[in-house]
Write a protein that binds this ligand. Sequence first.
Ligand code: ZN
Length: 503
Amino acid sequence: MPLQDAYEELVRLARERSLLSSCSALLSWDEQTLMPSGGVELRADQLGLLAGLEHDRATQPRIGELLALLEGSDLVNDPESPAAVNVRELRRQFERKTKLPKALVEELARVTSSAQHAWVEARRAQDFARFQPWLDRIVTLKRQEAACLAPGQDPYDPLLDEYEPGASAQDLAERFEDLRRELVPLVDAIRGATRQPDPTILARSFPVDRQRLLGELMASALGFDFQKGRLDTSAHPFCTGIGPGDCRLTTRYNEQDLSESLFGILHEVGHGLYEQGLEPEHFGTPMGEAVSLGIHESQSRLWENAVGRGRAFWKYWYPQTQRIFREALGEVSPDAFHFAINQVEPSLIRVQADEVTYNLHILVRFDLERALLSGDLKTSDLPGAWNDSYRRDLGLAPANDSEGCLQDIHWSAGLFGYFPTYTLGNLYAAQLFAKANETLVNLEETLTQGDSKRLLAWLREKIHRQGSRFLPNDLIEAATGALPHSGPLVQSLRQKYGELYDI
Ligand code: ZN
């Protein structure tokens, strides 16, 4: 069989699988935005059927045959060519899928589905003991999964690899420890500062239709293409790329809180710009797909935090925001507004955390989930270990398990190895933004004029259009000249909050 024919067949099979998964994505989007509650059971059946079809496609032996033909051939000589990238990544995906026994995959799906219900109940009752037997089963199954994927290795690595290809727990642990050493004293200093913001100015009355208007104006100005995307409302904000020409964002509005929708939108716009920047011609193959959750998150954090909480951005946007919310913000100075949107305050709940303390929430989870998987921590000891970590790193202890180790859905859904990608996103974002500032002359200056086109063009070239050409570490190195490290994030936080809090 001619190599080119084999490659084209492989691409066709990959695209069919991606089309199935884009159908699932659209149904999931609908489930969270528009579907009447009566549709729950039908939707579960629809999604279940599609997941089964997708799994069958992904594991068909023909893919293994085609990969074997193509690997080592002339077609993949250049490791950065689309063909080589697709063969490499499709092999990685194929191995993952085929190494897992079907019985284990089904058991995990069943257990995590029930466990999520148990988690909702336990959280409502503030009672970890109700959830603990489920967590026990999930940890056991995840260990089995890890043993199938990479026998004899640190069980965390193959699980992490699903979200952040090529990353290792040991490597992350070192980078995260550097970060903790810097962040804990910074948070302490901020806490002790005499200068403090007035967050109540963001808790006045902000009519929802005007919040929507401002959010859409900003999204368009940053380059989100509404001809190829939408912004809707859901209980939990998210972004889902359905495929070329169709990217869906959601947010939620609270009349008494401007920052929730605003920064939620900027965050999801960052994800959306990445999706809209992938090469349509490579749709359905790794060359046209986001490389990792960490890189995806770097795009959302870059626009939300590095740009969206910066002075330059608000120099342009604050006068307009004031005009839209004249009653609430008419008398509020730009400095007071900027300080309020950058308030740092240790809290117990991750999803409400600010830019500085957020990472501490993640480091706690990373350590604990590693210890659970290795067996160093028994599930029955989790609440105590959680509370000790919060006391040590954030200086606070939860009053109950619902504001402690029961707050996140991830573990009940079997998502071990997922949390660190949030902090990786922050590290990558800071490193990319520092490099962009170095490369693009007067970037801050143009941001004050409401022009972020050059920044977007740079990200398109360095990140979006690269798809999965490089593994995350190599992608960051290619874009910034250095492997990912915590330096740029620490430096930017120190400088920004040092000025704001006068510490
Ligand atoms: Zn995100």
